[in-house]
Ligand binder design. Sequence first.
Ligand code: NAP
Length: 314
Amino acid sequence: MTERFDVIIVGGGPAGLAAGLYAARMDLKTVLVDRGPLGGQLHNTELIEDYPGIESILGPELALKMGEHAIKFGLDAREYEPVRTVSVEGDDKVVQLESGAELRASALILAAGGLPRKLEVPGEEELAGRGVSYCAVCDGAFFKGEELAVVGGGDAALEEGDFLTRYASKVHIVHRRGEFRAQPILQDRARANPKIGFIMDAQVKEIAGNGKVTSLRYDQGGEARELPVGGVFIFIGFNPNSDILDVHVDHDPNGYILTRPDMMTSIPGIWAVGDVRSQLTKQIATAVGDGTTAAVAASAYVSSLRDRQRTATA
Ligand code: NAP
């Protein structure tokens, strides 16, 4: 079955939902598909306190509000609808869904986010879900009273490490360098937390366990060391989901899609917004801005395409 729209949005995080709200409100026939629930990474975030105008809100609560708001304006939002491929046929952008259905539109906004990067050490894959985790909010409560390791030195590692001390008796932040790249405010907060310890200049070699994580093995200053822990949380960045595109779009060396200021990619009629595109930071506020810009640009594109097609058939 093929369905036709003005705009297709792939991905239902803040970027996709903002694009959906604006596109639907501009009276464009708009569908949004997401392989999971609406809200994307908001579901992996405990407390949000840096979204202007909202002092403090739970991630899943903001997800619900953003979804309802976009749907109120007429967005056709489809959850648990994974995309197989995105291709281009003439002016049409064609989305093949895993369900076998096909969606077509002249404008497509890719808001597909990314997946957590893997450490790629022995034990990581085998013990995933058995003590190895990439989501503190999802799994932290399983480790009440245990000692944990958090691997990474960016915003996510320090913020999630701090969050995990709600449950853990001790959180060891294990970082490969002598300094963190996380924002100073997050470093200060972690340093002020008596339940957090720091293991710097440490190269993780293995996650050990027997059906469940028992320790983290690492090298420090040329010496092999072992840290007994019940869980290992890995926050070392993530890989953008740019590979669902069957066509080549320009991207940076890490796979993040390059866009013009109006978020259009190197392919006319395809925009990229939020965490899938190359940019300075991954914030809810910037994702929402990206989605808004792309929707407005897509609206102008759809109108000019309609005018061109009308002139051609006149
Ligand atoms: P990130 O900023 O890219 O940091 C990744 C960290 O993991 C770095 O410290 C890096 O070490 C380390 N790392 C990377 N590969 C590694 C490997 N193979 N082995 C060991 N360590 C490795 O990623 P992030 O912390 O997920 O943040 C991503 C984006 O989200 C950032 O733009 C961030 O600002 C944003 N974010 C913001 C907030 C907030 O504002 N509250 C919260 C979470 C995330 P090196 O430093 O040595 O490279």
